[in-house]
Design a protein around this ligand. Sequence first.
Ligand SMILES: NC(=O)c1ccc[n+]([C@@H]2O[C@H](COP(=O)([O-])OP(=O)(O)OC[C@H]3O[C@@H](n4cnc5c(N)ncnc54)[C@H](O)[C@@H]3O)[C@@H](O)[C@H]2O)c1
Length: 507
Amino acid sequence: MKTFDTQSVIAVIGAGAMGAGIAQVAATAGHTVLVYDNAEGAAEKGITNTAKGLEKLVSRGKIDAETRDGIIARMRPVNELDELADADLVIEAIVESLEIKRSLFTQLESICKPDTLLASNTSSISITSIGAALKRPENLAGLHFFNPAPIMKLVEVVSGLETDPQVARTLHQLATDWGKKAVHAKSTPGFIVNRLARPFYAEGLRLLEEGAADHATVDALMREAGGFRMGPFELMDLIGHDVNYAVTCSVFNAYYGDTRFLPSLTQQALVEAGRLGRKSGQGFYDYREGAEKTAPATLDDDNASAPATITVEGDLGVLGALVERLRGNGTQVVEREGRGLMRVGSCTLALTDGRMATERASQDGIDRLVLLDLAVDYSQCTRLAIAHDQRVSADELATVTALFDQSGIALTRLDDVPGLAVMRTVAMLANEASDAVMQSVCNAGDADRAMLFGVNYPRGPLAWAETVGLDAIHKTLINLQQSYGEERYRPSRLLRQKVFAGERFHD
Ligand SMILES: NC(=O)c1ccc[n+]([C@@H]2O[C@H](COP(=O)([O-])OP(=O)(O)OC[C@H]3O[C@@H](n4cnc5c(N)ncnc54)[C@H](O)[C@@H]3O)[C@@H](O)[C@H]2O)c1
């Protein structure tokens, strides 16, 4: 089987945003990289742009001039496809069209050596489908880099139906040698990242559409409680609504209209209006000169004083870290037996289980119930979402707010929606990851790694679900499904199996 070393010649076809970046990655790893683009001068321009980017790294002292010169010297523009005959691996990063990609790979098969590996950087086209046009589909795989390729760590190595598993393993090793975090994925719509990330946007959009909170508030919660680098709305604004909406529609259609991937009418309207996000000056946020920044909604304690003592009844699970934080900030904690509740003044606090506060207060016979959202780290978070039943008065809420203020946690009240913000998002991310694992799209480790390194999530969704407790995640999903009466929230069969068997995704 083919092996690669720095003597192996890499060819990159398409010298646009992705191709130039991929060529830079391979040249940095020491390969000679042949760069071909069918637009006149585009290969040279791609290399010139790379040189400019490297120049900035030199001026910041990140690399030396000799390294820069070596990388650029190894990137060689070529004018004809025929000049790629000696390539050991060809990576295609051209226009996203099945027909054009098929025709390119068919030509390459007659130009390159029989054992040359062929790879596509496609984001959305089936590798099986591209391979169907080839004489040697076993030599073709997806090598899906993320933008910008020199910076983003993840590479999805995508196997079509006919891809030789050894080819996938070789490409995985090569990407790893190039300093990337490689994961294996079966060719299915969205591969891993573009599929598993859908709920991050979808649940945010749903909260907005239901009037639970505005976009700036949801973003602040996902950052400050969820630990995500950006909230869904600022991220969609950055990606561009045209691009993000197109990916959602493509995944939704590819899964034959599965409602878990349902596109949002709110986002469609932004696209129709040309409010594409940062690039057009307006999306959910206004980026135009002088525009005011939208602030997240935060509860005021109205000068109420924090209670000196709270009571913790039973095991609070992940909320234990929050109790420790309150204790560390001077609150006395009385502990007694019970069913995992916190008493603060006349209110009862609990972690959301996917029911509305009103619903849970009525079903469990709890008066004045305040539900708390999930945080990635209760010992550090600076904001937390709450929802409460209608009997909680303004004064009682101010007392709870003062308690959290004292520990540096701003409270944000959401309308009484089931599963609040972070919890429902994490539950849905884990649910999608569980389905992908069940369907052999990837293994659990790769599902988590893909989200950590492809979209910088603070935790892999499955590992995160395990820290919350798979049982709690499962209950949240069942309750969301009950609240909405929608298939969208149905728990993944594999997740259910793990819960009932008392197993985990990770050992
Ligand atoms: N932009 C992203 O964020 C991103 C991320 C991951 C994957 N991708 C995928 O990477 C591929 C390229 O995307 P991009 O954003 O770099 O596009 P781009 O438009 O920036 O660049 C494409 C380049 O390919 C050239 N090209 C088009 N048809 C060609 C052909 N038949 N032969 C040779 N060259 C040809 C064009 O001249 C252009 O320079 C697509 O398949 C896309 O889905 C894009």
